[in-house]
Design a protein around this ligand. Sequence first.
Ligand code: VGL
Ligand code: ZN
Length: 200
Amino acid sequence: MNPIELNSGDAFLIIDMQLDFLPGGALGVPNGDQVIAPINRLTELFARQGLPVVASRDWHPDNHCSFAARGGPWPPHCVADTEGAAFSAELKLPAGTTVVSKADTADADAYSAFNGTDLAQQLRGRGVRRVVVGGLATDYCVLNTVLDARELGFEVIIVEEAMRAVDVAPGDGERAIERMAGLGARVARLDEFAGLAAHA
Ligand code: VGL
Ligand code: ZN
């Protein structure tokens, strides 16, 4: 595969790298911590070229409809302004990172970072045509963000080492990747990015 060269028009979307989605968190994604280092390498690449970095966060009120107490599928997680909703301290976000909060009202959930946010306008306003996507979780928020990105006309590259799945049913993560690829997302590995190739 040809190396991926980053250029103006590219942005990095980091999905929901919050303590509650990391091992030990309220809704810890298995091995979710393994994506931190790959994401940091990508962030550095984008920052070095002055390209936009966007970090989304799940930002729920404490009576959110996705919580079990209200008949939703999940334990309480990512309650706004709590420790569990904070980004991992190991995540290196450059100055100027755009933070996008989603699902911040009680009665609506949003897996996609585009859903109910101004992310599309922000990206278009900065001339973004292609997004590189990593984060948590492959089978929920990454998947739904990528589906919307494709529908909105953005080119998409997803990075395998930079995402992990909840896998409520075994294979959910693999199926999510197949769906994203089927919609035209390029499935890349870290060393396909010019500047991140492993040196022999
Ligand atoms: C997510 C489950 C519930 C995610 C958010 O960020 O993938 N998953 N809320
Ligand atoms: Zn949530």
